[in-house]
Design a protein around this ligand. Structure first.
Ligand code: ADP
Ligand code: MG
Length: 604
């Protein structure tokens, strides 16, 4: 993904939207699409040859009425060849155009996928917490897929559907402009009828209808996913009712939409196919005025008119049915635009050597939205020492931990590592320097080996095993039928919470970064798991500069420094002994913990 920044430069230069932006991201590959479109237009034009042949044949016949022997045989043959050629060209062009548009779709969407993936990698974590992961996922999968299908199939469909009426109408006007006028009168009327539905309120209703559909689908998914909870809490009936209410709401909107749209749509269809109504009176009028030897030719023309004007209605109808799809695609493109327009974390490319692994917070003020979460936090973690963050929930511990990895940028103040402001550090270097073990472990749908190797892509299998041993998870992995090749289900299913935690610690051991930030898990408190996790942690923390968020105070009694975080401030700091002597918040927390431990209960 090295060349992702090129897209970025392009995107920042010009702020295009929709299809122009799509083509812009696609760059030279949009030429494929333009070429495919040209082929499609040629194919449609070639499709007209049979009509032309019929016309020319009938003219030849009429010109020789009473003396059929005079018909020029070679002319008739050449017409036959012409038709055959036209049909063949149209077939070949359609095939080639379709093929090309598929290739174009794949290539263009590949560029867009890469651009999106690269973009996501450079967005601050705030983006992901602000946007429900489902929404981002929908853009990356559904929207992108829909656009791919659209490019592969429907751009050509639209072109063909648009070209045919234009060609037909032109042909009609060339043949006889008076009849041509009669044939096109219904077109604006039909469009007017359609517009009465496709106006703003109609589109809003359509959108609402589509949204209801997706919310109903969401409810279905939730209903299935939440089934265990539903059953355990005996909520089957209630949950089903909620589900059913959504389905009914969708039904009501569907009926409403049909009611509102059927009249304009009916009008549209009826008018489009009503050109005969207008052609016939004009034809009668013309026949009355025409001299006798012009009858035959005029009748052929009228006959052709009725024939060709059908070529207007069908594609226009098709165009209309493609409108909803166009709306969906343009909404999808807008969502892609939104993501591509998101403000990124500013990055510098050059790596510089750090003095050491000292972490320093200086007067850090931070807010996720408006409400300040950290109000001037200053502390130093000396290289090779361990600092524990403790304090009541919501105080700002996780926020501090995340600022070290620059998941967000501070509002004022600074965070430095090894003397360098992390905002001046290349993101890649920061990622190499800091290893974060999250409270919520995330494992990928992949083998255990690969999940551990995420810590260091270059690691050998022996390295992976060594890390797993240090993380106290090697024996467990070996006991699985497929060992290290065991596939971990989505989100780490099949492994217990404590096992997942140790796999993620193995990852961090393998990564071997000088700074380790650890949001201690609270969930796996059974004694055996806890002892193992503690042992695994001791390994990952050896000789590192460490910030650990601790929930069980007895696990941090020997760390170098404890910071008590409350209401976005450091309320107390010192060693375990010093803090106990202060008789402040830490002492009170300790007493509660000690009492709980005496009763052998965990307070977390
Ligand atoms: P702790 O880890 O000490 O429990 P946090 O750092 O998680 O505290 O949270 C501190 C405050 O910031 C809380 O009030 C919490 O609601 C808020 N907060 C945490 N994460 C976000 C977020 N992504 N967006 C908005 N507010 C947040
Ligand atoms: Mg927290």
């Amino acid at each position: 993904m090295a060349d992702v920044s090129i897209y970025e430069q392009k995107l920042q230069l010009k702020r295009k939207t929709g299809i122009p932006r799509l083509l812009e991201i696609a760059g030279t590959k949009s030429i494929l699409l333009i070429f495919a479109s040209l082929l499609a237009v040629v194919a449609v034009l070639a499709q007209i040859t049979p009509f032309l042949t019929v016309f020319l044949l009938v003219q030849e016949l009429i010109g020789n009425i009473g003396n059929l022997k005079a018909i020029d045989q070679s002319y008739v043959w050449s017409l036959a060849w012409f038709t055959l050629g036209g049909v063949a060209v149209s077939g070949i062009m359609l095939y080639a155009g379709g093929m090309l548009s598929h290739i174009a779709a794949f290539n263009i969407l590949y560029e867009i996928r890469v651009a999106l993936a690269g973009k996501l990698a450079r967005l601050p974590m705030g983006f992901f917490t602000r946007n429900a992961s489902g929404r981002v996922k929908k853009v990356l999968s559904e929207d992108v897929e829909r656009i791919e299908l659209f490019v592969a199939h429907h751009i050509l469909d639209i072109l063909q559907a648009a070209v045919l009426p234009v060609v037909s109408i032109t042909a009609l006007f060339v043949l006889d402009w008076r009849l041509g006028l009669g044939a096109v009168i219904p077109v604006p009327l039909a469009l007017l009828a359609q517009y009465s539905m496709m106006n703003e309120s109609g589109l809003a209703l359509y959108k609402q209808w589509q949204e209801k559909l997706s919310s109903m689908n969401g409810t279905i998914v939730e209903y299935v996913r939440g089934m265990p909870v539903v059953k355990v809490f005996n909520q089957t009936v209630g949950a089903f009712k909620r589900f059913a209410a959504d389905v009914y709401a969708y039904r009501d909107l569907t009926l409403h939409w049909i009611k509102v749209s059927s009249t304009p749509f009916g009008g549209f269809i009826t008018l489009l196919s009503s050109s005969a109504l207008f052609i016939t009176p004009i034809a009668i009028f013309l026949i009355r005025a025409v001299p006798e030897d012009g009858y035959a030719s005029l009748i052929t023309t009228v006959f052709l008119f009725l024939f060709i004007s059908m070529g207007i209605a069908v594609p226009m109808y098709k165009l209309m049915t493609l409108v909803p799809l166009l709306i969906q695609v343009s909404t999808g493109l807008a969502s892609i635009d939104d993501i591509l327009d998101e403000k990124e974390i500013a990055d510098t490319q050059s790596k510089q050597s750090l003095q050491d692994a000292e972490i320093k917070f200086k007067d850090v003020v931070f807010a996720y939205e408006q409400k300040p979460v950290l109000n001037g936090v200053s502390f130093t973690v000396h290289p090779g020492t361990v600092t524990a963050l403790v304090g009541p929930s919501g105080g700002g511990k996780t926020t501090i931990a995340n600022l070290i990895g620059r998941f967000w940028d501070v509002k004022t103040g600074s965070v430095t590592i090894g003397g360098m402001d992390i905002r001046d550090m290349a993101i890649e270097q920061l990622n190499e320097t800091v290893s974060t073990v999250f409270q919520d472990v995330f494992l990928f749908f992949d083998t255990i080996e690969e999940n551990i190797r995420m810590g260091n892509a270059e690691a050998s299998f022996a390295d992976v095993q060594a890390a797993a041993k240090a993380a106290q998870i090697h024996e467990f992995i070996e006991s699985l039928p497929d060992g290290y090749q065991t596939l971990i289900g989505e989100g780490g299913t099949y492994l217990s919470g404590g096992e997942q935690q140790r796999v993620s610690i193995a990852r961090a051991i393998l990564k071997d970064a000088p700074v380790v930030v650890l949001d201690e898990a609270t969930a796996y408190a059974d004694p055996e798991n806890e002892a193992r996790i503690q042992a695994a942690l001791a390994e990952v923390l050896r000789n590192k500069t460490v910030v650990i968020i601790a929930h069980r105070l007895y696990t941090i009694t020997d760390v170098d420094q404890i910071l008590v975080i409350n209401n976005g401030r450091i309320e107390e700091s010192g060693t375990h002994g010093e803090l106990l002597a202060e008789s402040g918040l830490y002492k009170r927390m300790w007493d509660v913990h000690a009492a709980a431990r005496n009763w052998n209960i965990d307070t977390e």
